[in-house]
Ligand binder design. Structure first.
Ligand code: F6R
Length: 607
């Protein structure tokens, strides 16, 4: 098990390991066989391998590859095909000979699949077996597409995809109904036959399945558990994906621990949760019965420790009177709506405290607008034009072009520039209406439209100098004393993570360029998918019933995302419902610990 802080660290480590094997085989004059995966997780590894090929002369001329899987049916040139994914993300940028690449075929007639999968297995054996197998892990615990029910003896075959997997892929396919129902995948036995296996997982959304795969019983309902029997397997996880592992979440249950302040806090909160008692009511016996005697030995009586933690948590609560006033601040919102979804409550308080607030929308969010909304808006425009005698001809011509484009568009097709623009404008108008609801005016909004997002596709480009330059320019003109940044790691498309990277790079460059530039304080927010755990939060901000109502009204203004968002993830609830539940739950958690009873709460971490 390798636990590293960040997903970039995993990319570097795993790529370095692959390079070592590739070079060792080359030195022996033997071919090297790699088993490869697709999905979002290995992209960083491929990028690093490409860099090593370009800058360090790493050659793949003697490498043979076998990919884990492919959707069925699937044409190789389809945007969703794993053939296309592999060529775009790796093969076209390294020196691997085409005939040494193997990917299961999704374009064969059904009656030819059986012979194909047998031949695929035979080709692996003929190549000498897999030296190194790269894996991701799905929410079902699948490796390859070995869904629950896949046995340890399974080989390459056609399988039905699990509902959870299809739902996870729904965003990429623009709707669950477009996700294929089947796939061809290497079997569990095929994977276990590899000499070395690296399984990668990043983000909070993988934490529960990583725990099940590593600590759970070996069982057919979670294919990744079979790796427990493979001595050459290494799990590479970032801190977020490792968070539920016993050794990380409750290490005192396993071994002696070094009691830091942060760990004492987590242990006491955990004890309160586990026993169902308020912090101030925990007894010596509770500590002893839950492997926490060493904590008391180090920090004094139960009463002392309880009091210390109670006071610590209490000191993190910041109502309006304890929040900044009269300061310059920027709220960086990755998409137009994260501002109000994640921090609508504190924004309202900051408005009342007469701060000078800029809300910077980093991307247009155009990809998440449905086509039917575009039709509705162009219809509105045409009607208004006729009614008000605006430029009817120009507007009708635009409407005709847009409708013709949408009529022939297939799911997943990239929108025309004109349609992308209309979608962007729809979201801009919603964003303005949202911040007006909480008391700001349109002049507070800046639409940065960062270039990395402008692919028109779900998959984005990496953050580049052009993105950083735009953020720097804004920081230079606004000179904020405080900035709010989305600290989510589980954003399904990585956009939040990339926006954070752009801001961090901009701040670092400003510091280097101009030592007199006053670095703002950085407050990280979460909340679109998850809230900060109470034990990690620096500040807990109480939200009254009225404030929560206003916040939800501001979220309602993002109408294109309401009722059914194009990218809802696994949670069927609308964003405002999640916010309502999450903010109330944070307050209720504090209440259960025996602190004051608040209506709702948002949480922030000072970076
Ligand atoms: C991909 C594959 C899958 C993915 C898994 C995780 O070839 O076989 O098992 O590795 O679904 O996907 P991401 O990395 O997108 O979370």
């Amino acid at each position: 098990m390798v636990v590293v802080p960040d997903h970039d660290d995993i990319a570097r480590l795993v790529a370095a390991r692959i390079a070592t094997i590739v070079r060792a085989r080359a030195a022996e004059g033997r071919p090297c066989v790699l088993g490869l995966a697709t999905g979002s997780t290995p992209i960083g590894v491929y990028r690093e391998l490409i860099r090593m090929h370009r800058e360090e002369g790493l050659s793949f001329a003697h490498v043979t590859t076998f990919n884990l899987d492919e959707y069925y049916p699937m044409a190789p040139d389809n945007v969703h095909s794993y053939v296309r994914y592999m060529w775009e993300n790796l093969f076209s940028q390294i020196d691997i000979p085409r005939e040494q690449v193997h990917i299961p075929r999704g374009d064969l007639p059904r009656d030819e699949v059986e012979a194909h999968v047998v031949a695929y297995e035979a080709a692996i054996v003929k190549a000498g077996g897999i030296d190194f197998q790269l894996l991701g892990i799905g929410k079902t615990g699948h490796i390859g597409f070995n869904e629950p029910g896949s046995g340890a003896e399974s080989r390459t075959r056609l399988v039905a995809l699990d509902m959870v997997t299809r739902r996870d892929a729904a965003a990429d396919f623009f709707g669950e109904e477009n996700v294929p129902r089947e796939a061809i995948t290497m079997g569990v036995a095929t994977i276990l036959a590899a000499r070395e296996v690296a399984i990668l997982a990043t983000g909070e959304h993988k934490a529960a399945i990583v725990r099940r795969a590593v600590e759970g019983e070996v069982a057919v309902d979670v294919a990744a558990t079979f790796l427990q029997r493979h001595p050459g397997t290494t799990f590479y996880v970032d801190a977020a994906a490792a968070a539920d592992l016993t050794r990380v979440a409750t290490p005192w249950l396993l071994d002696e621990v070094k009691w830091t302040d942060a760990l004492v806090l987590r242990a006491v909160v955990w004890l309160s949760q586990t026993t169902g008692k308020a912090v101030l009511k925990l007894t010596e016996r509770d500590y002893a019965e839950h492997h926490l005697s060493s904590l008391l030995a180090r920090h004094g009586s139960a009463g002392d420790v309880n009091g210390m933690i109670f006071n610590e948590l209490g000191s993190r609560i910041r109502g309006r009177s304890k929040l900044p006033s009269g300061q310059r601040m920027i709220c960086f919102s990755p998409h137009p709506d994260d501002d109000v979804i994640s921090m609508g409550g504190i924004l309202r308080k900051m408005v009342l405290n007469e701060n000078q607030i800029t809300v910077a929308y980093m991307t247009s969010g155009n990809i998440a607008v449905f086509d039917h909304d575009v039709r509705r808006y162009v219809d509105f425009l045409a009607r208004l034009a006729r009614d008000q005698r605006l430029d009817v001809e120009a507007i009708e011509a635009m409407r005709a072009r847009v409708l013709a484009f949408l009529a022939q568009k297939k799911p997943g097709d990239v929108d025309s520039a004109e349609v992308q623009d209309i979608k962007r404008v729809i979201r801009e108008a919603e964003a303005i209406s949202g911040i007006e609801t909480i008391g700001l005016t349109a002049t507070a909004a800046r639409f940065l439209n960062l270039p990395f997002y402008q692919t028109g596709k779900v998959r984005k480009d990496p953050i580049g100098p052009a993105d950083v330059a735009i953020v720097k320019q804004l920081l230079r003109t606004e000179r904020p004393q405080l900035v709010f940044v989305a600290g989510d790691l589980s954003d399904p498309h990585g956009t939040h993570r990339m926006c954070k990277e752009a801001i961090e790079s901009a701040l670092a460059e400003l510091k280097a360029d101009d030592p007199s530039f006053e670095q703002p304080e950085v407050w990280l927010y979460r909340g679109a998918w998850q809230e900060w755990p109470i034990t990690e939060a620096t500040w807990l901000v109480p939200i009254s019933q009225d404030e929560l109502r206003l916040k939800i009204q501001a979220i309602f203004k993002h109408q294109s995302q309401k009722d059914s968002a194009p990218f809802p993830g696994q949670d069927d609830r609308e964003f405002w419902q999640r916010v309502d539940a999450r903010n109330k739950e944070t307050a209720a958690f504090l209440d259960r610990l025996g602190l004051a009873e608040y209506f709702a709460m948002e949480a922030y971490v000072v970076a």
